[in-house]
Design a protein around this ligand. Structure first.
Ligand SMILES: [Cu+2]
Length: 312
């Protein structure tokens, strides 16, 4: 409901003026033109108007139907421009969060290095989200904030907003071409400033989990790198093979076009992470995963192996 979302972000009002103006102009013309057409069909059909009437040009009409559309599109341009321009001008003191989009999940990095798969932001403070596409085109879209921006690999873009109400709002990838952009759903969590500072400073979450559960560090790493978007931990078949029961099992893979069997242990797991196309599990497609060589170090590989051992 529009009334409830009106104060969600600073861009809502500008966006809605533009949208509603264009919407009602369109409604006016579609209704007006359709009615005129129906009237003409009735009035000028063969029975009522057997001989076609020749009409010569009318300068007055030409002027009217030139001036009115020009005025309308200029008003649209005005609303569009004044709504769009502030979106390109993030305040200097905005909090910066880096967003990473990859097939098929999100990761957000805060100024203190904290990483999350959900975007956490303080209320009433401008937030600049830098956009980094790690593999293919993506598009960051937060409907409630009325912002959406394409993300192009190799070109760091940004968007910014200031959220006015605490709450949890949908965050999607709005890119169309590609297998599973639709799976890239997460949320923006808007918190009161004080709660946010407290949340940001709390970096103990991972450490506590480390101590309490075997394989927790590996699980955390898989989550942060978005691996679970393509590899389930419960046996479900997704884009890539499941992690469940993988460790120590015999896997049939295609290596350089030749089928062979391999035991899924350290070397195979490391190679699958660093050179994903080297051994493709039979029945799956190559070219869908990038190397994680720069993102996961040897300790990370060991942590992941420890985790895989826990989900037999
Ligand atoms: Cu995407």
């Amino acid at each position: 409901m529009i009334s409830e979302t009106r104060d969600v972000s600073n861009f809502v009002a500008g966006f809605e003026t533009t949208f509603m103006f264009i919407f009602w102009v369109t409604v006016f013309f579609i209704v007006g033109i359709s009615l005129t057409m129906i009237w003409f069909i009735y009035r000028y059909n063969r029975k009522r108007n057997p001989v076609a009437t020749q009409i010569k040009g009318s300068t007055t009409l030409e002027i009217i139907w030139t001036i009115i559309p020009v005025a309308l599109v200029l008003v649209m341009f005005h609303y569009g421009w004044t709504g769009w321009k502030p979106m390109q001008e993030p305040p200097e003191d905005a909090m910066v969060v880096k967003s990473y989009a990859r097939m098929w999940s999100w990761m957000f990095e805060y100024e203190n290095g904290r990483l999350t798969d959900t975007l956490f932001v303080p209320q009433n403070r401008p937030v600049r989200v830098n956009l980094i596409a790690q593999d293919v085109l993506h598009s960051l879209y937060i409907p409630a904030f009325r912002i959406k921006q394409d993300m192009v690999p190799g070109r760091e873009g940004f968007l910014w907003f200031e959220a006015g109400q605490p709450g949890v709002y949908d965050l999607f990838c709005a890119e169309y071409c590609g297998l599973q952009h639709a799976y890239m759903t997460t949320a923006v969590v808007v918190m009161p400033e004080y709660d946010f500072e407290e949340w940001l400073a709390d970096t103990t979450e991972v450490l506590v989990a480390d101590v309490e559960r075997p394989g927790a560090a590996g699980m955390q790493l898989l989550r942060l790198n978005g691996c679970n978007a393509c590899h389930s931990s419960d046996g479900t078949r997704l884009v890539g093979p499941t992690f469940k029961g993988l460790y120590g099992s015999t896997v049939t893979v295609i290596t350089n076009g030749t089928e062979r069997e391999i035991i899924a242990e350290g070397d195979y797991i490391r190679r699958s992470i660093y050179e994903p196309d080297a051994d493709i599990v039979k029945g799956y497609s190559p070219g869908l995963m990038l190397s994680y060589r720069n993102l996961i170090d040897e300790q990370g590989i060991q942590d992941i192996i420890e985790y895989l051992k826990t989900i037999q």
